[in-house]
Design a protein around this ligand. Structure first.
Ligand SMILES: Nc1ncnc2c1ncn2[C@@H]1O[C@H](COP(=O)(O)OP(=O)(O)OP(=O)(O)O)[C@@H](O)[C@H]1O
Length: 933
């Protein structure tokens, strides 16, 4: 805490975020700048009288974000500085806006009553609210967690920790950068802490978009962090939490507690435990997959994430837990089965489900309410809400215990209505209690004897004053005499001028008005003292009893947190049942097999977005390890390939979080990793070198596959030229098929019809296409997956459907016909193998294996046929200028020594152990050796 300023000191000059240093001309401003210097990264709200003021750059920021007037303090003087402020009672409105805008806000309050202060009022920072550390309802979203995160980079691994101070949830993990990236994507922290020195490292791995705060290096000392944790939990070691081996994770978690203290959050007894996020326990969804599948967040404005369709929870605890379940699908069949069985049982007993939902609706945010108790920031109205929530626990326990469903009975065992606390609150706090504790009206009558007496006195005041008035009228004969009150004189008697002469000499005149005089009497003064004293005393008694009650409630923190967790689980399971019932989902079979068999599967989000009258067309997908490991899906744009890929992943994911699935039937041998990659041109908005990104991401998939992985590749390779694209896509499918390490189940959507030929050489590759029908020069999307490759591309039709100018569509048709004619006049039979086929045949016939050539991206020849087929047709000029096959392939002619060297370098590469970055560097090296620029 900064020292209070000495008003006699000479003016100081300030620095930091304040802009040009203003001259400090008053003790008040000196006090301000000293506090500001202690919290340079925060907007300082400085309480002056009834206002919170901001100065300098803070004022500019606040006026912009809050839309409040920006004025100047000391305009025209040397100490001129921008100023913006708002009334103190508006803090709850303005604070969330600042925090949501990513600001850290230091609240400076008056630490003593200004009326009693001698000289400058003492002020100090009472709270530092940051995006990741907030207990304010207006800052928080009821249905999602608000995580503060800390990241620590160690030599081998990195550590990460998450805390939601509003619920007390505290988590820690340690692992690779990739794992951390996935967790950051999953948990979407509101604020990330890292070491000042690691800023670049953090941003290079995770991007610059996270709201962050950099801490001094010493905070990241292991011993310091370990001690901070053990001191907080009051334990000698961290073994009990199962995290003692996580050196980097412990450091990250310790930093979080350090930061809480730094932001003046010292009453944090509700953080009673720390849990480990075990990488092995959950399905690996890397950050691209979480994003691509739009699990909890849509990729584009207006999009609908999966969670919006799935979430029918009725409590904030359920809503928050469901978000976690969705990004952390399970791998253990028995655990998944328990959830599925429970959902099934709930569906079979509709009455139970209805009753459960009805009682759950009565429970408000139990978890955050009890956190507020722990940090002593609960107001009387919230305390009554806590009691009401506890009231609903009893009936829920009865329902669950009597359900006959084992998992629900277990939840019932964890519930405790905390009857003593509930009764105590209801007995003491008025049902319509106010928000403030210091203005009276909080406690019921009969709670405290003295309180009742004082209240009686305060209430009888009106009677007393009336009697006094009547007596005075009788004694003086002044019929218009009245007793009144104002803040300046307190109680007084008012006499109109016409009766002035009747006023007794003992009355003391206090004020003269135009028509009347105001007087006080000895009796009125005595009475006033008594009343005011009674009120003051009454407020103190109420405050004390209230504080004692909050302390008493704090003893229930652990039990109520357990209630909240059990309620969250019950709510999620009931939500699964409600969703299944509403959207006709079925129970999947989840087991240890290696089969993935979905019958009449649907996309859970798209099916809900279709215009009225349109039906989602269901499709079957079957993948296994021995027969149909890789399905290559061809079809034109808009056919529904991406939807099919995504629905497969979503159905697997839904099944593995324990939800029913949108299908007629599904058999799912547990999947341990889901990878999705979308062709580069779908990611263009990021402005990255998209093809590079696509390749880096794909490389990372190929290096991390397992037998139980599900791989979805959507238009991989389309970020480069057609031939590069085909070759890369080809090589990837071959790798997935031939990898000795893993037979990952794969769906590969592509425009490249040429890839259909892969099935000839790779027995577990199967061709499918999404059916379309051509009629009268138009295409009809049937959305039906059927076996076999595609023969046509429909790029031009789609272009027309998309509203492309007619002239462009006509020209495209013209070019296509021209190219077709060229081909025909060259004597090429339309059904004869294309040049691409020939290239492949040539490559295959090479003694040292054409596959290697293809795998490394040597582009097969561009031919007019493929350009015609390619949906993203190149412009005419590009078609005509396209290099001839011989030029492309000459790179591999053995006579060229540079190419010999390339061949040698390639043969030494172990693709399985190459990291993505190494692969890119290698690619660059190869390019240089081959003479590329
Ligand atoms: N089975 C289906 N039933 C009904 N509508 C569907 C179905 N599948 C897809 N659609 C609709 O078609 C649109 C296009 O589907 P999708 O994006 O999957 O096509 P695509 O073949 O991947 O095209 P592109 O290659 O251009 O990405 C979807 O947005 C959806 O509205």
């Amino acid at each position: 805490m900064p020292k209070v300023a000495d008003p006699n000191k000479k003016p100081i000059r300030t620095h930091g975020t304040l802009g040009p240093a203003p001259v400090v001309d008053t003790p008040l401003m000196r006090q301000y700048y000293e506090l500001k210097q202690a919290h340079p990264g925060a907007v300082l709200l400085f309480r002056v009288g009834d206002f919170y003021e901001t100065f300098g750059e803070d004022a500019v920021t606040a006026s912009r974000i809050l839309d409040i007037t920006l004025t100047k303090r000391g305009a025209g003087t040397a100490s001129e500085t921008p100023l913006a402020g708002f009334p103190h009672h508006a803090l709850d409105n303005y604070l969330p806006k600042l925090v949501r805008a990513g600001q850290r806000v230091a609240i400076c309050d008056q630490l003593e009553d200004p009326k009693l202060a001698k000289g400058l009022v003492k002020r100090g920072i009472t709270e530092l609210v940051t995006p990741g550390v907030s207990l304010h309802d207006n800052v928080l979203d009821r249905r999602s967690n608000n995580y503060l995160c800390a990241v620590h980079f160690g030599k081998q691994e990195a550590g990460i920790s998450f805390l939601d101070i509003s619920t007390g949830e505290f988590l820690v993990a340690q692992g690779t950068i990739e794992y951390l990236g996935k967790l950051l994507q999953n948990f979407q922290p509101a604020e990330v802490l890292f070491c000042k020195r690691s800023r670049q490292e953090f941003e290079s791995h995770f991007g610059p978009d996270y709201c962050h705060f950099a801490l001094e290096e010493w905070v990241f000392g292991f011993d310091y962090c370990h001690d901070t944790l053990t001191r907080h939990f009051n334990t000698t070691s961290l073994k009990g939490f199962g995290i003692d081996g996580l050196r980097e994770g412990i450091t990250a978690a310790g930093c979080i507690l350090h930061y809480l203290a730094e932001t003046k959050h010292t009453d944090v007894g509700h953080i009673g435990s720390i849990g480990r996020l075990e990488e092995d326990k959950y399905v690996w969804l890397d950050r691209f997959t979480v994003r691509n599948l739009e699990l909890v967040q849509a990729q584009h404005p207006g999009g609908v994430p999966l969670i919006d369709i799935l979430d029918q929870t009725v409590t904030p605890m359920g809503a928050r837990l469901l978000r976690k379940w969705v990004v952390l699908p399970l791998k253990e069949p028995a655990q998944i089965q328990r959830r599925l069985d429970t959902v099934e049982a709930l569906l079979q007993t509709p009455e139970l489900l209805e009753n459960l939902l009805q009682h759950l609706r009565q429970i408000n945010d139990l978890e955050r309410l009890i956190s507020k108790v722990a940090v002593r920031r609960i107001n009387p109205r919230e305390l009554t809400q806590l009691a009401r929530a506890l009231e609903a626990i009893g009936p829920i326990r009865t329902e669950l215990a009597g359900s006959g469903i084992r998992a629900l009975q277990k939840l019932a065992d964890q519930l405790n209505p905390c009857a003593t606390l509930r009764d105590e609150i209801q007995a003491k706090i008025k049902a319509d209690a106010p928000v403030l504790t210091n203005q009276g009206g909080v406690l019921n009558d009969g709670v405290d004897k003295e309180l009742d007496e004082l209240r009686a006195m305060a209430f009888s005041g009106k009677d007393y004053l009336f009697q006094l008035q009547q007596r005075a009228i009788q004694e003086t004969g002044i019929s218009s005499l009245k007793v009144a009150y104002n803040k300046v004189f307190g109680y007084y008697l008012e006499v109109t001028n016409s009766h002035k002469d009747k006023v007794p000499a003992s009355w003391i005149r206090k004020q003269t008005l135009v028509n009347a005089e105001r007087y006080i009497t000895e009796e009125l003064k005595v009475y006033e003292e008594k009343i005011l004293h009674a009120e003051e005393r009454l407020f103190v008694i109420e405050q004390n009893i209230y504080n004692e009650l909050v302390l008493f409630a704090a003893e229930y923190v652990a039990q109520i947190q357990q209630n909240a967790r059990a309620i969250g689980v019950a709510d999620c399971l009931a939500s699964f049942a409600a969703t299944a019932r509403q959207h006709r989902y079925v129970k999947p079979t989840v087991d240890d097999s290696t089969l993935l068999d979905i019958r009449a599967g649907r996309h859970p989000v798209i099916e809900r977005q279709l215009p009225p009258g349109e039906q989602y067309i269901p499709n079957d997908i079957c993948l296994d390890q021995d027969d149909q490991q890789i399905v290559v899906i061809t079809g034109p744009n808009m056919a529904g390939k991406s939807a099919l890929l995504r629905q497969t992943a979503l159905i697997v994911l839904l099944a593995q979080i324990g939800s029913f699935v949108p299908a007629d039937a599904a058999h799912i041998g547990v999947i341990d990793k889901i990878f999705t990659r979308v062709g580069a041109s779908d990611n263009l908005s990021k402005g990255e070198s998209t093809f590079m990104v696509e390749m880096t991401e794909t490389a990372s998939i190929l290096n991390n596959l397992s037998d139980r992985s599900l791989v979805l590749m959507d238009e991989i390779g389309r970020g480069t030229s057609t031939y590069d694209g085909i070759s890369i896509a080809w090589a990837i499918v071959e790798h997935l098929h031939n990898s000795p390490k893993a037979r990952a189940k794969t769906l590969f959507a592509t425009h490249y019809h040429e890839l259909n030929q892969l099935a000839d050489d790779c027995p577990r590759v199967r061709n499918y296409n999404v059916a379309v029908k051509e009629a009268d020069g138009r295409i009809l999307f049937l959305r039906k997956l059927r076996e076999g490759g595609s023969e046509h591309s429909f790029g031009i039709h789609v272009a027309r459907m998309a509203g492309m100018p007619t002239s462009v569509v006509l020209r495209a048709n013209e070019i296509m016909h021209h190219l077709e004619q060229e081909r025909t006049s060259a004597g090429v039979d339309p059904d004869a193998p294309t040049e691409f086929d020939e290239v492949l045949a040539d490559l295959d016939s090479e003694a040292d294996g054409g596959k290697v050539v293809a795998m490394n991206g040597a582009a097969p020849a561009p031919d007019t046929e493929s350009v015609r087929r390619g949906p993203r047709a190149q412009p005419a000029a590009a078609v005509h200028n396209a290099p001839r096959p011989s030029l492309q392939l000459s790179m591999f002619e053995p006579a060229d020594p540079a190419l010999e060297r390339v061949r040698e370098l390639l043969s030494k590469l172990d693709v399985n152990t190459l990291t993505p970055i190494e692969a890119l560097l290698k690619l660059n090296e190869l390019k240089l050796v081959a003479g590329g620029k």
